[in-house]
Design a protein around this ligand. Structure first.
Ligand SMILES: C[S@@+](CC[C@H](N)C(=O)[O-])C[C@H]1O[C@@H](n2cnc3c(N)ncnc32)[C@H](O)[C@@H]1O
Length: 305
């Protein structure tokens, strides 16, 4: 039995881990895959704030950067940072690195990175003690380990995810806070945006939100590298760690010009092809902004300088 954070880390990033062996885009669909309107909104954000470079942390296969390059060739210096090697199909002007640059002047962006940062899992036991949850990566069986003594973990739980009742459990977000704090610390001037699904202190899921996906569908959580293991992000804790503000994706994207409203029906008779194109674009925009779907994602924004 090992702690959840170690098991989860191995399952995603170990030698036989999901992100080493699988192509993530084959297993899930993020806003980046849903529509190039997402990249258009990121471009609009960069232009609005006069930013000339984009660093995409956890860039996956570089889809966002590729769309930015296509939308505005040569306008932005583009760099993907990911644990995965440079994708073969990435356009030549886009840089790629396994490490964050020492300094960023521009837009630091991360879409669905933090939900894939493994966390420790803690449960309140029947006697009221907070205990680390251990898991057998081969079988998925769990047991409660030692009482939590790390003051940092105890403080984080008290501040962000209090466990009131026996059996309640939390994914401790300290590792996510640390990843994003470290990335934002590289920002000398510009803005940082972390976009992800998450929850706030007042609506934490009482038993956590560990989930696994494979081939686009939710599957039983397995720690053998065959599926993507994820948990919603305590976004208010991350925002506090980086001095950021929170907003829902639907509102942010609408403000950046993503419009899911139906084109006027009169266009169908005057310009049938144009009408169909506008209808398809509106469908994509509606998916990106929909309540109950991608529109509920959180944008954590930090401005520097
Ligand atoms: C869910 S995918 C998201 C990919 C892309 N941003 C998108 O929206 O489609 C998460 C990506 O983050 C990468 N990743 C996870 N932890 C990382 C870290 N500490 N540094 C760099 N990349 C990381 C993974 O390799 C994976 O490609």
């Amino acid at each position: 039995m090992i702690d959840w954070r170690t098991a989860w880390d191995q399952a995603l990033y170990g030698d036989a881990g999901f992100y080493r062996t699988e192509s993530p885009a084959a297993h899930f669909r993020t806003s980046v895959h849903a529509s190039t309107a997402f990249a258009a909104a990121v471009l609009a954000y960069a232009r609005r704030h006069d930013l000339h470079a984009v660093v995409d942390l956890g860039a996956g296969r570089g889809e966002l950067l590729t769309a930015l390059d296509a939308a505005a060739p040569g306008e932005l210096a583009l760099l993907g940072v990911d644990l995965r090697p440079r994708p073969a199909e990435l356009p030549e002007p886009i840089g790629w690195s396994a490490e964050m640059p020492a300094h960023v002047d521009g837009l630091l962006f991360a879409n669905e990175l933090l939900d894939n940062v493994p966390c420790e899992v803690v449960e309140r036991d029947q006697d009221g003690a907070l205990r680390t949850v251990l898991v057998d990566p081969a079988s998925g069986a769990e047991e409660l380990g030692a009482p939590v003594r790390d003051p940092e973990v105890l403080e984080w739980l008290a501040a962000w995810w209090p466990l009131d009742e026996p059996g309640e459990r939390a994914e401790v977000g300290l590792s996510r806070d640390a990843v994003w704090r470290e990335a934002v610390s590289r920002l000398e001037h510009g803005a940082a945006l972390a976009v992800d699904y998450g929850h706030l202190r007042q609506d934490r899921p009482p038993y956590g939100s560990l989930r696994a996906y494979r081939g686009g569908t939710e599957v039983e959580v397995r720690l053998d590298g065959t599926c993507d293991v994820t948990a919603h992000v305590a976004v208010d804790a991350v925002a506090a760690a980086v001095g950021g503000t929170l907003a829902r994706q639907g509102g942010v994207l609408r403000d950046l010009g993503v419009d899911g409203s139906r084109p006027p029906l009169s266009l169908a008779s005057t310009d049938p092809q144009g009408y169909l194109r506008a209808l398809a674009a509106a469908s994509e925009a509606a998916e990106l902004t929909a309540s109950g779907g991608l529109g509920d994602f959180w944008w954590i924004e930090t401005r520097v300088g």
